[in-house]
Every structure is written in structure tokens, then in C-alpha cells.
Design a protein around this ligand. Sequence first.
Ligand SMILES: [Zn+2]
Ligand SMILES: [Zn+2]
Length: 228
Amino acid sequence: MNSMAYVHTLSGKANDSFKGRQAVIVTEDSGDQTVVKLLKTEIGLEVIKTIPNRNFSDMYSSVKLPMQYRSREKLKKLAQNAMVETNSSIGIATTIYIGKNSVAPFLDIHAESLVFLDDKLNLELFERSNTGQSTSKSGNSEKRAAKKYQNLFKRLAFRLKQVCPECSMPGWGITFEIQGLKCSECRLATKEVQSHIWSCTVCRHSEEIKRPDGLTYADPKHCYSCSH
Ligand SMILES: [Zn+2]
Ligand SMILES: [Zn+2]
């Protein structure tokens, strides 16, 4: 995969699949109108209703699956119910997970995830914010949480604008990160991202595409052996 394909997919022809269509959002942050405006300006989607999502953490809590899979199934269910209720062919459901990191339980994690369903185009997209340390103790935590939440919608809108190079369906986007960018000093693999897997959820086509910033080596400060 060369970088030209990346440029091509980013500047591909405008995709009008969502223009003027109606959607419903189920969210824990139902006061946030920014995302409603964003969906309208970016892809022309009209959000007709925002439903508060309050019981999310109680649902399915006994299901023994990693957190991201559990939330995906729950979110799908919530979006589907809301679509039936409002007679919309597009449903979006989001949640914010605040809990303990299973690998490092002394760290709090704060992760947002989102499911997008489109019955008409048969699309199902899942987006998840990078898990970071909880910002609950810092003064600006609310602002930062709102920012992360909005970024999740920005990523969704971006992805819905991209079309698959194989089948031309919208929703072409990053589904996996490959770490291992080599350190510029010692050339050992670091945990920094070296490339992304872009995929289409409709035809399953996928491609490995280099980082968009063109970085080919990692800063030694991100290298385990150089920084220890
Ligand atoms: Zn495709
Ligand atoms: Zn190094």
C-alpha cells in the first residue's frame, strides 16, 4: 500500500449518502448540541431526537466479555431501540466508560465509545476513543471529557465521508493501529503507531496505510531502551 492511496481516499469525491437523512442519538451527554451541529455541517445528517442514556452501566453487567465488546453490543441494542422508537434508519449510541484499567488497576480509565447503524446502507461502525488516564481529579475534567466526546463524532463524520476504494460504500476508516515504529536512535520497535489498518465494514476490504504524518522513526523518548 503506498501513500498515494491514502491521499486519494481523503480527497475522493464528496459522498452524499447522509444528506438530509434523519438520525437519532442515544447518549449520556444529551446536553451537547455541538455534535448535532457537527453532523449537520459535516455530512448533512439531521438529528431528530437525542435520547439520554442513563442505565447503560447496569445493563449486561454480568456478560463476561472484554469491555469494548460488551459496550459494542449494548450500544447496538440501544441504537436499534431508538431507531424503532423514532422510525429513523440511522441510529447512533454512545457511552462513556469510567473504571479501572484491568492491566494496571491503580489507573482510572476514561473511554468513550460509539456505534453508528444505518439500516438503509447496512452499515455498522464502531469508534472508541483512546483510553487515557481519568482526568477526574483535574479542574478541567468536564471540558476535556466534552472535547473527547466531540472528537469521537468528528472521527465518525470523517469516516462517513470516506468511501471504500473497493466497493465505494461510505465508512472507510481506521479500524486497527499497528504499533512498532522504530526508534530513530537504536532502531528497535517502540509502542508508537507505525501504520493503521483501514477497512470497509461492508465488503471487508482492508489495507495497511502508513501514518498520515509521514513519520518513519519514533523519538527516542518513546523508546523503552533509550529512555531507561
Ligand atoms: Zn467496501
Ligand atoms: Zn531506542
